[in-house]
Design a protein around this ligand. Sequence first.
Ligand code: PEP
Ligand code: MN
Length: 360
Amino acid sequence: MENSKQLRTWLDDLGLNHPLVIAGPCSAETEGQVMKIAHELKDTDVNYYRAGIWKPRTRPGNFEGVGALGLKWLQKVKQDTGLKTATEVANRAHVELALEHDIDLLWIGARSTVSPFIVQEIAEALEGTDKVVLVKNPVNPDLSLWLGAVERLHKANISKLGVIHRGFSTYEKSKYRNIPEWQLAIELQTRFPDLPIINDPSHITGNRDMIFDVSQTALDLNFDGLIIETHHDPENAWSDAAQQVTPKTLVQIMNDLRIRKETDEEAEYKHKLSNLRAQIDIIDNQLIETLSKRMKVSDGIGELKKQKNVAVLQSNRWNQILGAMILEGESKGLSEEFVLKMFKAIHQESINHQEKIMQA
Ligand code: PEP
Ligand code: MN
């Protein structure tokens, strides 16, 4: 995929003075519910009205969406409120129905992005469309799979493209429903700075109380927009009840978010920033120097263990180090999560070094 400015023309053409906002219920439930929420979102910052028509549910037996009937309701939303419409498509039949009903924006869900077969089928069904197509990240943190899906659409001559960052599934317990792994989204932006990227705080958090903070982080990281599940009666929603906000709360969130500029030309700002960046560069070099020293010491331990035929992994010692470093880190303002991740990586590199020596 060439790194072309054209990828974001559809977004720039909207001429917004705020991030793109896609909002609406997780699922279309009834015509009354769809219309009520749409009317409450009319005349706000919302650009596209979202509603799931076909719902991918983890386990059977839950509400699976109203199906094609809901597309008529979305058409009515557009007619009555002027809001553009958006829904998820997961196969060729969905695409054909959505196009027939003139839905303006289609997204590929996280469970579909993982399957190149299904993405290819959707891409072929959409060949040459002038609708906006957004690709949610796959459920697993795999950047190639995510980009691969975008490439399949690009190859099918779909030019109005973008991605949605909705977080990643993990086995480990976390305060998030799907952990954000911001680094992945940052890497994607670095590689394709012109590909619009929208944040989905609803599916990242699974909890309406955390929507604001995640949205603010996304804007701080230069995301182009937000997709936020919105329902007039969230508690009684037929799907994702815990994470939906009311239209009123959505408006409040949009008002309170601080929208950052990408940069500033002011000389004072530039001078201060380059000063701080110079300090960071020095510290980063020191970090590499220190880590390299640590690995040399580790090599020495490897030699010693080899002579005495002792195992590389010493769990007790390792647990002691971890415990002590987490406490030390906390006293210096570093989170437990970060210290743990960092020391696991350092430990792994140490083991690799020692293994090399043991096996030489
Ligand atoms: C959704 O946006 O309603 C949805 C099902 O999301 P995801 O594909 O991210 O789980
Ligand atoms: Mn949902």
